[in-house]
Design a protein around this ligand. Sequence first.
Ligand code: GLU
Length: 470
Amino acid sequence: MSDSRPVVTRIAPSPTGSMHIGTARTALFNYLYAKHTGGRFLLRVEDTDRERSTEAAVQVIFDGLTWLGLPFDGEPVFQFARADRHREAVLQMLEAGKAYRCWLAGEELTAAREKAHAAGHALRSPWRDRDPRPADLGKPHAIRFRGPLNGDTVVEDLVQGQVTFRNRDLDDLVLLRSDGAPTYNLAVVVDDHDMAVTHVIRGDDHLNNAARQTLIYKAMGWDLPHFAHVPLIHGPDGAKLSKRHGAQAVAEFADLGYLPEAMRNYLARLGWSHGDDELFSDADAIAWFDIADANKGASRLDWDKLGFVNAHYIRLADDARLADLVAAVFAARGEPLDEARKAHALRAIPLVKERAKTIVELADQLAFLYRARPLTLDEKTRDLLSGETRARLTRLRGQLAATNDWSAEALEALLKAFAESEGVGFGKFAPALRGILTGGTASPDLGRTLSALGREESLARLDDALSPVA
Ligand code: GLU
């Protein structure tokens, strides 16, 4: 093929109702390679399964790419709408003798397949070398590819290297079914050719298809694209990613509170590397990405690493954006935040964002702000509020009421000085204080907890808990 063609990549998902994380990574690799080379990244919706290809399922693909921040160039191509063009290509092969009409069906087909296997090669229909009678033409029949009987088909793969297939193992595949429907491999080749795709980057579960597709390209006299088959993503235990590993769909990762920029960084690193770099910007990824550097071995989803990458991007994220995302988490839980509560989240986020690994964790760290007074204290806190601790916290309440600096640092310093003046360690009062302020749910360190809660609310919660039981 001529290598002077401008680079065109594509993602070609089938609408299944969700976008798999493997599809997301394939989209990312195609996107990065196109951007790296100044090329174009296209979308083709492989919607030939009419039952599954609902409008909603197609929308999931658009939403997934939008959320991931991987915009495609131009208009999306819908495969089903191109069936006439696919049939045209089949007829061209038929006329050129590269394909033949085949009436093999049912038991005859099974028998022919068994016979071929017994003879050590893949199916060749007896119709390959038989002239159809005019009377047959009116009867339903398929059109099959006339594959080479001998020799090899070599796929020069940018990731897998040279992969050789024996032609005798590749059957005369059906190009057009007896109902007139074009088949998968045929449609992919015609579409990729018409879309001027130069680089087919996809999961290595399609490597066998690449051999069949190569034969079709050659039969049509078309330039081959470069193939790059990337190993699939496995679960942490090395087995193929499945439900039992947890989230698989892009939307699930979004719901778990991962940021799209973190997913891009993490997925780029999953199956490709640039030295030891773990954290890099989109611009870096585009500058560095070459599909030839993709790993040959399967990659494993590593939740700890994903959490580490996500935490990094949460720290970098704008607080107002984080407040919106946190509000969405509360809304999804059926506890929408009103304006005042959202404003409170926004003020508190700088105090808690440093340690959160997901947006859900961030929301959990803020939930204590919204507890209604008087808080129901957990049993542990009630037990801790014995005479001595109660008296100590009452003294602390007095000191807190006397300070005007409600910054986390000042409050942390106050607590430290208080512990010293009492001649005790933090352990003697901090757990009870935390319980009083939060009701026993997650919260940051105490200086931050007090600061995030605000002066008035902190003192009120102390009063609720310390006032003599009526
Ligand atoms: N529709 C195929 C899939 O979802 C992709 C085919 C291709 O990339 O060539 O696996």
